[in-house]
Design a protein around this ligand. Structure first.
Ligand SMILES: *Cc1c(COP(=O)(O)O)cnc(C)c1O
Length: 348
């Protein structure tokens, strides 16, 4: 396995800190299938409180949170309205079609934020020819959009239209806490618009495993059925839930550090000749930039960067590169990354 001195590939790469490992080692555990794991129960209660929802359920992955939400809210043949570059569209192995047998209506946007008019235009009239519009899904922050935070006004408008037409709303909050820290709006206020919400523990929050899905009690009880059905029920899961409890206490406010690092990275990239980066667009921990003018292909650019000890990943589009800041990237890492990009494009 190659190790990179500065790994900006994704915020999923974080390793548990020594303090998090201590919390894991001390965790009280029980059988979580029997609802007897006190640490899992605590994490679920904390997430319900954080999101302002009645109940929550601990799951192995964020992908399973999305799948279970689709399965509970929809019946086979229903249609989900979602931004076209969202996670379930590209990165869940066709899961919505396989597990919930739903159709997907992808809305085009520039940076992940669609509007009420787009939703209204996508809603199907009641006619047996059409799939039945059932659920609107929102990703906040939007990953492939570049870590974009949904403005509260846009959320409100979309939610109002969805409600007017009797649709449910689901929030993919893989990076919800990044949005919360960036816009200063409490998670509860954002989550109040939704019938179901989830947070990922393995992105910016820095845990090794897990995600938590929240919603009304009846929704969560139904979600529990699907957790068993999908093979996601665990046993002494307090071992991993303890990391989540620790992260909610200690790793939320520090996301501001990742955001500041991302902004500085973007500002530095914008000054490098042949690199196009709009630093004003960086709102959270994801930086997208365009290497079209460098004359290098994306694989070549990324490979050369790696030879300088810096790893990044590809964004959407043939010339877009993505860098993600996280817990394991110190401020000096940004200087090192900028120096590597300068070297790769032959700038001084
Ligand atoms: C990572 C991610 C997921 C899936 O979460 P996993 O825990 O990796 O299964 C879903 N949505 C978004 C926006 C993500 O970034």
């Amino acid at each position: 396995m190659p190790q990179f001195a500065i790994d900006l590939y994704s915020d999923t790469l974080t390793k548990p800190t020594p303090a998090m490992r201590e919390a894991i080692a001390r965790a009280e555990v029980g059988d979580e299938q029997k609802r007897e794991d006190p640490t899992v129960n605590r994490l679920q209660d904390m997430t319900a409180e954080l999101t302002g929802h009645e109940a929550a359920i601990f799951l192995p992955t964020g992908t399973m949170c999305n799948l279970i939400a689709h399965a509970v809210h929809c019946r086979p043949g229903d249609e989900i309205i979602i931004e076209q570059n969202s996670h379930p569209v590209h990165f869940e192995g066709g899961g919505p079609a396989v597990h919930s047998r739903v159709a997907i209506r992808g809305l085009p946007t520039e940076r992940g934020i669609f509007n009420a008019a787009q939703v209204e235009a996508a809603i199907r009239p009641p006619d047996p020819h059409f799939p039945r519009s059932r659920l609107v899904c929102i990703e906040n922050t939007h990953n492939m959009g570049g870590g974009t935070v949904w403005p509260m006004s846009a959320l409100h408008e979309v939610a109002t239209i969805a409600r007017k037409h009797g649709l449910k709303l689901h929030l993919d909050g893989a990076r919800l806490m990044n949005a919360v820290v960036a816009c200063g709006v409490p998670a509860k206020e954002i989550c109040a618009h939704f019938d179901s919400v989830w947070i990922d523990l393995t992105k910016g929050l820095g845990c090794p495993v897990g995600a938590v899905l929240a919603g009304p009690r009846a929704f969560i009880e139904e979600a529990r059925r699907f957790k068993h059905l999908f093979g996601g029920a665990m046993r002494q899961a307090g071992i991993i839930a303890a990391a989540g409890v620790y992260a909610l206490q200690h790793h939320v406010e520090r996301l501001a550090v990742d955001h500041a690092n991302a902004k500085r990275l973007a500002g530095g990239l914008a000054e490098i000749p042949k690199i196009r980066c709009d630093a004003a667009r960086v709102e959270t921990n994801i930086v997208m930039f365009d290497i079209a003018d460098t004359g290098l292909s994306k694989p070549d650019f990324l490979k050369r960067l790696e030879s300088h000890g810096v790893r990044m990943s590809g964004g959407w589009g043939p010339t877009i590169v993505r860098a993600v800041t996280h817990l394991d990237i110190p401020a000096e890492g940004i200087d090192r990354a900028l120096a590597a990009v300068r070297a790769v494009v032959g700038a001084r």
